[in-house]
Design a protein around this ligand. Structure first.
Ligand code: NAD
Length: 464
């Protein structure tokens, strides 16, 4: 049997009940491994500190000096719930350290986890520049028996391409390459690391796959399904997950546009259709459109891969186009309440692409507020965590530190992120300071009846 067929065979076996059993926490003696994680971003910092908590000895390599010195002093360069505490505890326990020197970082480790960014290039395909730089270095420096684990989201075929590169440049066929896609949700990343729904490990070597399974199982307190397969399948699983999630949100957003027209409450429809396990309750909340550091870029890569192979992918393309229309839909909602956008003062609550993160990458706030500003609105915005990039990404906004300030003299309030704090604001006080009592709740987080009692013209997404 060819190696690849054997792997598919294994992957079939591993999806069975046997594989669930094999994913139970280790019952034998614990043996921590020495691990290197490259890239201290959202994924890398969570992975490194999570593995340290499992009992492994972890070196996290980061090239950005500012980021590195923050992390070394126990501070996190972005907002992620519970992460700072975890990092501090593991650093003081001596199991986690941050390093700038990659060669030192990989010294004596069993596995090297790669978690650098893979943003879109201009053409829409994944930009692998950061990854390629590291691969070139590793092809000269990794030692036989070490395993390279690709955790970054990478195009189908990348692991095998790296394996080939290792063989041809540096004669490193003895380095195994494994794909281990990450499914954490920003805002719940620490929780997700310790409570994954599944772990996917792709590779060609049973030994390498077993070692990576062991690294996870060592810290698991309950059985978690570990799906083992080949590299291309693991890579495709990650893209298929994100494209499906975007499709689900895209569907409920379009449903909301229709529900608005016919006077049906989308939330009620979503709750009932979601009770069917074939559909499920999650990801059925209409909103301002999906964004973030993953879905948009992963859709672009997925579509690009299809195009490169002559497979036209109509659904993801339509989902992307519908999302642009959703941004426009929110803009129009503001316009219909505020009247003339030119000269209107719009108070904005929330800039990040979702709550509980500081991440602004491809946040719906960017196209929506840019459109408002371009049409002459004055935008005053508050966000409890959005990082310093705000000014670069939205140079026209005026950011304030107090949510109540956004309302003063405003013609319309616009809620773009579902921070729960916004539900606790004194909406009576807000209504009194506004010039015109209009509100577009693009996350459906407020109680319409309460808002109407305060005299607001209230618009939501799919509840009107
Ligand atoms: P990020 O941009 O936050 O972090 C990447 C880090 O790598 C940065 O700190 C950068 O300075 C560092 N880096 C780049 N080149 C380096 C080098 N040569 N040496 C050392 N450090 C280097 O990215 P992220 O959001 O953590 O995402 C990383 C990958 O994981 C991406 O492929 C992404 O698609 C995937 N992913 C992200 C999420 C998420 O929620 N953010 C979830 C699942 C998967």
């Amino acid at each position: 049997m060819k190696e690849r067929d054997k792997n598919i065979e294994n992957s079939k076996k591993d999806s069975s009940a046997d594989s669930l059993e094999s994913a139970s926490p280790l019952s034998g003696p614990l043996r921590g491994e020495k691990i290197c994680v490259i890239g201290a971003g959202f994924v890398g910092t969570v992975t490194a500190s999570g593995f340290a908590r499992f009992g492994h000895e972890v070196v996290c390599v980061e090239k950005d000096d500012k980021r590195l010195s923050l992390l070394r002093s126990g501070r996190i360069p972005f907002y992620e719930r519970d992460l700072e505490q975890l990092v501090k505890t593991e650093m003081s326990g001596g199991r986690l350290m941050f390093e700038s020197d990659l060669e030192k970082g990989i010294e004596g480790v069993k596995a090297v986890f790669l978690t650098v960014g893979t943003p879109s290039s201009n053409g829409g395909r994944a930009d692998l520049t950061a990854l390629q730089e590291i691969i070139s270095f590793l092809s000269k420096k990794m030692k036989p028996g070490q395993i390279l684990v690709i955790k970054s989201t990478v195009p189908v075929g990348t692991a095998n391409m790296i394996k080939k590169y290792f063989s041809e440049n540096g004669n490193r066929a003895d380095i195994e390459v494994v794909n281990n896609p990450e499914f954490l949700r920003e805002g719940n990343a620490v929780y997700d690391f310790f409570n994954p729904h599944r772990i996917v490990i792709g590779g060609n070597s049973t030994g390498a796959i077993e070692t990576i399974s062991h690294i996870y199982k060592m810290g698991m307190t309950r059985p978690v399904p570990i799906f083992t397969t080949n590299n291309e399948t693991a890579e495709m699983i990650k893209y298929a997950s994100n494209v499906y999630l975007a499709t689900k949100v895209g569907f409920v957003n379009e449903l909301a546009r229709l529900c608005d027209r016919v006077g049906v409450n989308t939330m009620e429809v979503a709750r009932v259709i979601g009770a069917d396990p074939r559909i499920g309750q999650e990801f059925l909340n209409p909103g301002p459109g999906w964004g973030g550091s993953c879905l948009p870029k992963d859709l672009r890569e997925f579509i690009g891969l299809g195009d490169s192979l002559g497979v036209s992918l109509h659904i993801p393309r339509a989902v992307s186009e519908a999302n642009l229309r959703q941004f426009e839909h929110v803009y129009r909602k503001v316009k219909s309440l505020a009247g003339d956008i030119k000269g209107a003062r719009i108070g904005v609550l929330g800039l990040t692409f979702k709550a509980n993160t500081s991440d602004l990458r491809e946040s719906p706030a960017i196209p929506i507020l840019t459109r408002l500003i371009e049409n002459g609105a004055e935008v005053i915005a508050y966000d409890p965590a959005a990082d310093g990039e705000v000014i670069d990404l939205l140079p026209g906004i005026h950011r304030v530190d107090d949510p109540y300030e956004t309302a003063v003299g405003s013609d319309c309030m616009l809620i773009l992120t579902e921070w729960s704090d916004f539900q606790l604001l004194d909406w009576g006080r807000i209504s009194e300071t506004m010039k015109n009592k209009n509100i577009v709740d693009a996350r459906n987080i407020l109680a319409p009846e309460l808002l109407k009692r305060y005299g607001f013209n209230y618009a939501s997404i799919g509840q009107n």
